[in-house]
Design a protein around this ligand. Structure first.
Ligand code: ATP
Ligand code: MG
Length: 301
């Protein structure tokens, strides 16, 4: 079969958008129908996202397997953050954004009417590019979520009712900070303001804040791009460790990083298309798509 027939079969006869240096090769469906050995946690089908008239993500379908690291790579503006945000409905917060398609999590479409967004974002947590701790103590940053969700009773009312769970909170704070590989650096100053920590420490604190509510999936948007190489390598080690227990989806601009830490890699390219999705080794060593190969070898992007 020639590429032209494939293109017309899929009804994509129009010229495809590319950037300078990128080949105009058309995408084939079989390049993205990767199935991993692991159980699927998130199943995305025919996802389209628009910002007003701009079509930012086009017909993206992919299954994300549990307890592994899925990397999302591609040039600036190809829709990686948009895709990540659609996995826990963070795009709902953007007025002009419109999402079509389905994202199944635990057998339910997260976009169905009446979905509980607070619960959803507890189970699918998010860590952003710039560390954004609250201007509160280190301890309060970690305890914030469990207190808000009522997992831990604290405060005046709890004290008056004799239900103050300070000990349980102490244990949770310690366990979570250890999990985020930060405990040794902060155990003697839990009452200090979190904004006094270094950037890399702040980012690990944000990961701890996300872990404290016991999520199943952790979405990370370029979590190390604002950090120096040492802090970056700590975050990378942490991501690999977290994947033993959680499902991690991470956007990165750093291809070495994607190659080092991920199990499978999804490549998004110009026009908001998912072009190839496969085992990380396969993507970096012998991608099917010429456009992906051009991107990985630095011909554009
Ligand atoms: N809040 C928004 N309002 C309007 N358009 C947006 C918004 N966020 C993203 N877009 C547009 O959607 C497209 C995809 O953007 P997105 O931020 O998802 O790309 P990205 O791959 O994460 O890029 P980068 O690598 O630079 O972070 C871009 O054309 C962008 O201009
Ligand atoms: Mg982005």
């Amino acid at each position: 079969m020639t590429e032209t027939t494939i293109a017309s079969e899929r009804g994509t006869d129009t010229e495809i958008e590319t950037t300078k240096g990128e080949s105009t090769e058309r995408t084939r469906e079989e390049w993205t129908d990767y199935e991993s050995a692991g159980e699927t946690v998130l199943s995305v089908s025919d996802l389209n996202v628009y910002y007003g008239d701009e079509h930012a993500l086009k017909d993206v379908s992919m299954d994300i397997p549990e307890q592994s690291v899925t990397a999302l790579i591609g040039p600036s503006g190809c829709g990686k953050s948009t895709f990540l945000r659609s996995l826990n409905r963070m795009n709902d917060r953007i007025k002009s954004a419109r999402v079509e398609g389905t994202v199944e999590f635990d057998g339910q479409d997260i976009y169905q009417d009446g979905a509980d967004l607070v619960e959803l974002r507890k189970r699918i947590g998010m860590v952003f590019q710039s560390p954004n701790p609250f201007p509160k103590s280190i301890r309060e940053n970690v305890a914030y979520g469990p207190r808000k969700h009522g997992d831990i009773n604290r405060g005046l009312t709890a004290r008056l009712l004799g239900r103050d769970e300070k000990d349980a909170e102490d244990r949770l704070v310690e366990r979570t900070l250890k999990q985020a590989a930060l405990w040794d650096e902060v155990s003697d100053r839990l009452k200090d303001n979190a904004l006094g920590l270094s950037g890399g420490q702040q980012q690990r604190l944000c990961i701890a804040r996300c872990l404290a509510v016991d999520p199943e999936v952790i979405l990370m948007d370029e979590p190390a791009s604002a950090l120096d190489p040492i802090a970056t390598s700590k975050i990378e080690d942490l991501i690999e460790e977290l994947a033993e227990e959680y499902t991690v989806v991470v956007v990165t601009h750093n291809m070495q990083q994607a190659a080092r830490i991920s199990d499978q890699t999804a490549v998004f390219l110009t026009g908001g298309e998912l072009v190839e999705y496969d085992d990380t080794e396969k993507i970096f060593e012998s991608p099917e798509s010429q456009r992906v190969e051009d991107y990985i070898t630095g011909k554009f992007g």
